[in-house]
Design a binder for this molecule. Structure first.
Ligand SMILES: Cc1ncc(COP(=O)(O)O)c(C=O)c1O
Length: 415
């Protein structure tokens, strides 16, 4: 078992002195990563069951991705979109080929939030210029419990009080409906509705899986009302749930898709908004952009990440290993566990809050060499790299079982 108290060292002291207090990290100082493992400053090894919120789907230091990064960095890294480069077109084609969104177009950005902002702008402009909604009247419907990043417009449609507290005034034009309720979506649609933006599985909300048939019902409703269905697959996309896009579980081809996180291979922030051509064509030169979006370095790494996803059959692996992980977690007999839910390698364990906080469970997991993260006080998230082997998963599950057992030994308050 490993140490859990906050190590007092130069790194933590410097963070305490110079960092804004917008994070509350677990008490470990990481200094090296390889594959599914991370090491702290003292050389203690941990298994990464969080993958930087799914950004490190291909593991740490994947040789193919490092090769693409180093090779391209030495050749040409950043030019801005003021010029063509020999990397952008092939990257965009690779995004379309990998996602199966034939005929669609791609707008590259950096963070997930920027790509969601791009989707919001595209949907509004499409609503005004193509659908014929009066200027400034376009509405977007989102779901309770959504998470799409931290910009002012995005927190404007959040239902999480902490994400909004003190940050207003907010951007108008959003309507919220309960997640998982297709009838509520249909009831909320008006002639001014341009789009419905939805996560196929809500990640930050606590790995909330909607009822079967929800997304396909939403797709049918959106099509009937000429409303764009935009899936925010920043967290669920690129193999994570056992399909390249989680929307493919229901054979849905959304009108727009947002990707991020793993698109940068765990090395760089790379995101994209992908959409039907009539949606993307609302953008004219000068309407929208980003200095770093679509830079050659990001494109080379992004293309390599998509190649790794396909060549190493990581989507299939996520489906198979995900089932195994879910079965193993469900088999743990602990009063701490209220529910295990998820899809592929995106799994949430709902902790009984009367016994312990999810944070306390994560600290206990840390002592057993497992890195994971609590979300919303009651859920522990398990989202390991998709490159994890069956043997590594078994190692992780042995540690997880020991952590839950240890918890019981220490008494039900977890103290
Ligand atoms: C579904 C979803 N959309 C958007 C984002 C925002 O991505 P970023 O943190 O890169 O801005 C996240 C981040 O967790 C997410 O889970």
């Amino acid at each position: 078992m490993q140490q859990s108290n906050l190590p007092i060292c130069t790194s933590t002291q410097l963070e305490a002195q110079y960092s804004a207090r917008n994070y509350h990290p677990l008490p470990v100082v990481l200094s090296r990563g390889e594959g599914v493992y991370l090491w702290d400053e003292n050389g203690i090894r941990y298994i990464d069951m969080m993958s930087a919120y799914s950004a490190v789907s291909f593991g740490h230091g994947h040789p193919k991705l490092l090769g693409a990064l180093n090779g391209q960095a030495a050749r040409l890294a950043v030019t801005s979109r003021a010029f063509y480069t020999d990397q952008l077109g092939t990257f965009l084609k690779a995004v379309i080929d990998a996602t199966g969104l034939a005929g669609y177009k791609v707008l590259p950005m950096n963070s997930g939030a920027e790509a969601v902002e791009t989707a919001v702008k595209a949907a509004r402009k499409w609503g005004h210029k193509v659908k014929g909604i009066a200027t400034g009247e376009a509405e977007i419907i989102v779901c309770d419990g959504n998470f799409a990043g931290r910009t002012t417009t995005i927190v404007s449609f959040s239902t999480e009080e902490q994400y909004r507290d003190g940050f207003g005034p907010f951007t108008p034009g959003f309507k919220r409906v309960p997640f998982g309720d297709a009838r509520a979506l249909e009831n909320a649609i008006t002639a001014n509705t341009a789009a419905f933006i939805v996560e196929p599985i809500q990640g930050e909300a606590g790995i909330i899986v909607p009822p079967k048939g929800y997304l396909s019902a939403c797709a049918e409703i959106c099509a009937r009302h000429n409303v764009l269905l935009i899936c925010d697959e920043v967290q669920t996309g690129l193999g994570r749930t056992g399909r390249v896009l989680a929307s493919q579980h229901e054979n849905v081809k959304p009108d727009g898709v947002v990707l991020g996180k793993a698109l940068g291979g765990g090395l760089l922030p790379v995101s994209a908004f992908i959409a039907r051509p009539d949606v993307m064509d609302v953008f004219a030169p000068g309407d929208h952009g980003s200095t770093f979006g679509g830079n050659p370095l990001a494109c080379a790494v992004g293309r390599a990440a998509l190649e790794v996803l396909v060549n190493e059959n990581l989507t299939e692996r996520a489906e198979i290993l995900g089932k195994e992980m879910m079965d193993e977690l469900k088999a743990i007999n602990s009063p701490l566990i209220k529910e295990v839910r998820g899809m592929g390698l995106l799994v949430g364990v709902e902790i009984n809050p009367e016994i312990a906080s999810a944070r306390k469970v994560c600290e206990t997991l840390l002592m057993h060499g497992v890195l994971s993260k609590d979300t919303h006080q009651t859920v522990v998230r398990f989202a390991p790299p998709l490159t994890m082997t069956a043997e590594e998963l078994r190692d992780a599950m042995t540690r997880v079982r020991a952590a839950f057992g240890e918890f019981r030994l220490r008494g039900i308050d977890g103290a």
